[in-house]
Each structure stands twice: as C-alpha cells, then as structure tokens.
Design a protein around this ligand. Structure first.
Ligand code: ADP
Ligand code: MG
Length: 474
C-alpha cells in the first residue's frame, strides 16, 4: 500500500530532530511541507531557493539517508520551491528533479556522528580494530576552532596530545567548561587530527551517556566481557561529558577498569566535563584521583574579539556575508555560549531568507532579543552613566556628587550629552539623574562636550567608541 507523504514525513522529522540541534530543526525542517509520493519519489516544498540550497549544502547526507530509510533503496527526493510572484495565496512553484538516494552519492566517511551505531562486540565477535568507526564529526577540527585567550591552554594541550597520543604527560587530558563552550568540538578536533596523523590508531569518540547505555545493555545480555574487551582495543578514547557518570556506581566500576588498562598500555584518554574534576560529585575517589593524573584545562567564555572571530569564521565557511555592525551586535549581546552565538546567526540567515530581506541591524536586534533575556529596548540614562564610567574608570556615584575633579566633570558632562542624544528624556529628567541638576546645567554640559569634540580628535574618537558600545548593547 502506498504510504501517505505526511506519514512518511512525520517519521523523517523524528529522525531529523534526533540528528540536528533544536534551533536548526525549527529553522530548516519544520517549515518543509511534504507534497506527494510518486514512483517512490518524495516531493517536499520549501519556502525559497536559498532554503533549498542551504538544505542541500548542510543536510544532504541526513536527508538522503533518512528518506532512503523510510522509502527504501530506490527512493528519490524532489524539491518544490515557492517562487515569489506577489500572490501569496497562489504561489508558483518550480521543481527540482529527483535524485536517487542510493545513486553514486557516497559519503560514508562523512556520516554525521549519530548515524553510525557503534560497531560493537556484541554483534561482531572477533572484531578487527580497523573496523571501528571513530564516530567523529569531521567539521570539528582545529582549523574551525577559533583560538582565543579563553581556550589557549586547552587548545595547545590538545595539539600536543594530537601530535603524540599517549606520549605526553597530559593523560588523561580533561577539558572542562560550561555549556556550549567547545568541549565536544575540541575533543573531536584532537581525534580528527590523530586520525590524519596516525591513521592506524583506533580512535573512538563516545558520549558518556552512550557508554553507560551500552554497558547496561551488556549487563542485560550477559556480555560484559565483550564490552570491556571492545573498549580495551581503543588507542584514543574520547569520553564526552563524564559528569553524567555521577552516582552510577556500576558504570564507574567498569570505567575504572577500562581506564586502568588503557592508561597502563599508554593509550590516550581524553575526557570532558562541565566542571573541574575536583568539583565532580557522585564520582568515586579512586576514579577522581585518576582524572587528576594528567592535565585539566578549562574552556572559558570567549571575549568580544574571539566571539567576532568565531562568527566571522562561521560566516566565511558558509559563504555568507553580514554587515560588520551586525556581526558586532550579535557578538556584543550573546556572551556566554558559542552555541547560542551560532544559533542567532542561523536564525538571522533563515529569517532574512524567509522574509526575502537583507540582513541588517534591525533584523539582528529582533532575532537577538529571542536569545537574550532581559534585553532592554530603550537606552536608559543609568546605562549610559554606567558605560561612560566604566570606560573612564570613575565611580558612577560621583556623577551625582558636587565634585569638580576634571575626570569626574568630564564623565558627568559626557553622560548628559549622550543621554540627550540617545534617549528621549527631557533636559529636566536628565538633570534629575545627575544629583538633581537643573536643565541649564545639562545644556551647558552638552555645549562643553560639543566644543571639546570639535577641538580634540582623540576625545571625539573616544565618544564615538562609547556611543557604539551603548548602541550595540540594546
Ligand atoms: P560543549 O560541548 O562545550 O557544550 P560544543 O563543542 O558543542 O560545546 O560547542 C558548541 C558550538 O560552538 C559548536 O558548534 C562548536 O563548533 C562551536 N564552538 C565552540 N567553541 C568554538 C571556537 N573556539 N571556535 C569555533 N567554534 C566554536
Ligand atoms: Mg558537548
């Protein structure tokens, strides 16, 4: 019986959801409409040409594999693209011919992580080492990992390990840091580099959660020995998010014995964790002490310049250009998580494509609001005062005092000047915020600043700099 396109698509969506992050899923998969299935070709409708190209460029393997899985070996995928003819209720479409998912296209090496199930000893007795798929995502490499103060130590330790796996003092190498700061990326970059330099070494990346569930399965099937034996074959074991092992005693026991074996054989262990080893709770002491044998290096929150560099690298590799002020705006406002930084960028590209408009600062502000909570819409006088005082390193309370010290007077006058230019407050209200000064003082201050800017180029640049800081952060 012919399956309905909706049915098939609903199942495909489930697979997509498991294989891409939520942001990408919402942006790139939810808007797709299944149209029909004919001759085993599935036709899907996408909102624009750009959308089609993006899907083909970024998700082609996933799309083809999934559709093949749902419709069988000889399945095809056809796109229908909505063309803007100014008539929204009756859009024209153009079709892209079906390609066969089984055809010459072969991307086995690049199959994304979650696709390959670990070829495990439970199903293949006497497994040969060469057949173990490292489960690495090839895009997580050193070239794509931007260097900054925030990751200097971790990155260079990672390179040292990649150049000489098992042969440095960094064993285990523990990479730790908050969510979205690059632990998975960097740990896989090490694995990828080792695969290139030492192709005969068996590298395996595994999320701790997966390791634990494989272990439970082994317990149920009574095949713990196979499980241990399999992991003992590995030359470079990358175990991601070890905080997951907290309070899982049996899994910790088995990890302990695998760890000892690998370490004694001078095999490399790379572990990641969301906190430093000393703060891991619910992990046995004997395991913890081993985690401390090597080096623990942290990944910190990247500074503004590094965030800009990360965005630029990402844009460059996707072949997209954004105006500089948009890049800086995103980097300025999304501070604590690189994954969110990328999410904002993807949303922006998608919104621009869906609405057929250029990426500009206005659109960026709208999108970034969804990512940053408590973002203030209006610039406030307080915010201006804080920014100015921060810049000149003077205490903000002094703006409200009577002090006539030059540095304070200048910061006070400049704050008034910017409050007049950047907010809608009346002179009276502005004066009130500066210790109850009257409106003529505000006027006088603005004139003084204007005069100084006209005569002092350096000062003028400083003012421009501060103004940019203020405007970028709303
Ligand atoms: P974690 O595992 O620490 O939660 P990830 O490694 O998954 O974080 O990183 C989140 C996203 O941010 C990934 O897409 C990764 O490529 C990107 N990323 C993190 N740090 C950097 C960096 N220094 N340079 C480039 N991309 C980065
Ligand atoms: Mg991770």
């Amino acid at each position: 019986m012919q399956k309905s396109p909706e049915e098939v698509w609903t199942r495909c969506l489930k697979i997509f959801k498991d294989n891409v992050n939520l942001q990408s899923y919402k942006t790139w998969f939810e808007p797709i409409k299944p149209i029909k299935i004919e001759n085993n070709n599935l036709t899907i409708q996408v909102p624009s040409q750009f959308f089609y190209e993006w899907l083909e460029e970024h998700f082609v393997t996933l799309l083809r594999k999934t559709i093949k899985r749902e419709l069988g070996e000889n399945a095809g995928l056809e796109y229908q693209i909505i063309v803007d003819n100014g008539n929204a209720s009756n859009p024209q479409t153009i079709n892209y011919p079906a390609y066969k998912t089984g055809g010459t296209y072969n991307n086995e090496v690049n199959v994304p992580l979650k696709f390959g199930t670990i070829k495990n000893p439970f199903v293949i007795p006497g497994i040969k080492k060469v057949h173990i798929d490292p489960q690495l995502n090839p895009t997580y490499n050193f070239e794509s990992f931007v260097e900054g103060e925030c990751n200097k130590l971790a990155r260079s330790a990672g390179t040292a390990v990649a150049n000489n796996p098992g042969g440095t003092a960094f064993n285990p190498l523990v990479l730790y840091g908050g969510v979205g700061l690059g632990k998975t990326h960097l740990s896989q970059a090490i694995g990828n580099m080792i695969k290139i330099k030492y192709s005969s070494k068996t590298v395996l990346y595994v999320a701790s959660e997966k390791f634990a569930s494989q272990f439970y399965e082994a317990v149920q099937k009574n095949s713990i020995n196979d499980f241990v034996h399999f992991y003992q074959l590995i030359d470079v074991l990358i175990l991601d998010d070890i905080q997951f092992f907290a309070n899982k005693e049996r899994t910790q026991d088995i990890l302990f014995s695998i760890f000892n074996h690998l370490h004694q054989c001078k095999k490399q262990l790379i572990l990641t964790s969301d906190r430093p080893p000393k703060d891991l709770e619910g992990i046995e002491d004997r395991l913890l002490s081993r985690f401390k044998w090597g080096l623990a290096a942290d990944l910190q929150i990247p500074d503004f310049e590094t965030r800009v560099a990360i965005l630029e690298k990402k844009l460059y590799s996707d072949g997209i250009e954004f105006p500089q002020d948009v890049v800086e705006f995103i980097a300025y406002n999304i501070k604590t998580n690189v994954r969110e930084l990328e999410g904002a960028l993807i949303s922006l590209v998608a919104q621009a494509s869906l609405n057929k408009r250029e990426v500009d600062l206005d659109l960026a502000k709208k999108i970034v609001k969804n990512f940053v909570k408590n973002i203030s819409r209006e610039i406030s006088i307080d915010f201006i005062q804080n920014t100015v005082c921060d810049y000149f390193d003077v205490p903000v309370e002094m703006l409200k005092e009577k002090t006539r010290k030059r540095a304070i007077v200048q910061a006070r006058q400049l704050s008034m000047f910017l409050s007049k230019g950047l907010t809608k407050n009346s002179l009276k209200v502005i004066g009130k915020h500066f210790g109850g000064r009257d409106h003529s003082t505000v006027i006088h201050s603005c004139q003084a600043i204007q005069n100084l800017m006209d005569t002092d180029g350096t000062f003028k640049e400083q003012v421009a700099d501060i103004q940019k800081k203020i405007q970028l952060s709303i």
